[in-house]
Ligand binder design. Structure first.
Ligand code: HEM
Length: 141
């Protein structure tokens, strides 16, 4: 059986990572997670590309640099609940369609990428600003 890396090729995986952050930038429904990221999405697109190349069965570019593929520490500073996880996965779906990924690859990745996203999730609840009980007292809005 061919790996997603073999089916897509390295250039397409790099395109996928760029398309992923473009989707995050464009989709109103990804606004919460967009705010967690830098204005310049160039460097993180490059890092995600290297991560995905290894994860899909290609050379371990990310692991070689970082010494691990564990994503817990790099995400620990961010509040990632179910809504944030869903936003991330929506961007991933959008990116796959932006690069016209073959249906075979889309269905191969669907389960595993959702599993990684659930592993990255570090809160049981999402954190909408409106949930702040002091919202009126502090005069926000
Ligand atoms: C579940 C929702 C997720 C959210 C909200 C999220 C958010 C973030 C944020 C805010 C950063 C830091 C960006 C920066 O340093 O500028 C980050 C880094 C990163 N994320 Fe995620 N992420 C999620 C899931 C994932 C998943 C599923 C993957 C992999 C398939 C992933 C791969 C990465 C990588 C490789 C980095 C860079 C880590 C490093 O600096 O070594 N993330 N993510």
């Amino acid at each position: 059986m061919q790996t997603p890396y073999q089916l897509l090729g390295e250039d397409k995986i790099r395109e996928l990572a760029i398309a992923f952050y473009e989707a995050m930038d464009e989709l109103p429904e990804a606004a919460d997670i967009r705010k967690m990221h830098d204005k310049d999405l160039g460097p993180i697109s490059h890092t995600l590309a290297e991560y995905l190349i290894g994860w899909m069965g290609g050379p371990p570019l990310y692991a070689d640099k970082k010494g691990t593929v564990c994503l817990t520490d790099p995400h620990a500073a961010y509040h990632i609940g179910p809504d944030e996880t869903q936003q991330w996965l929506t961007c991933f779906d959008k990116a796959l369609s932006k690069i016209n990924a073959p249906e075979e690859v889309v269905s191969m990745l669907k389960g595993p990428i959702a599993q990684v996203a659930r592993a990255v999730q570090n809160r049981d609840h999402s954190n909408p600003v409106d949930a702040d009980p002091n919202i009126i007292a502090v005069g926000r809005g």
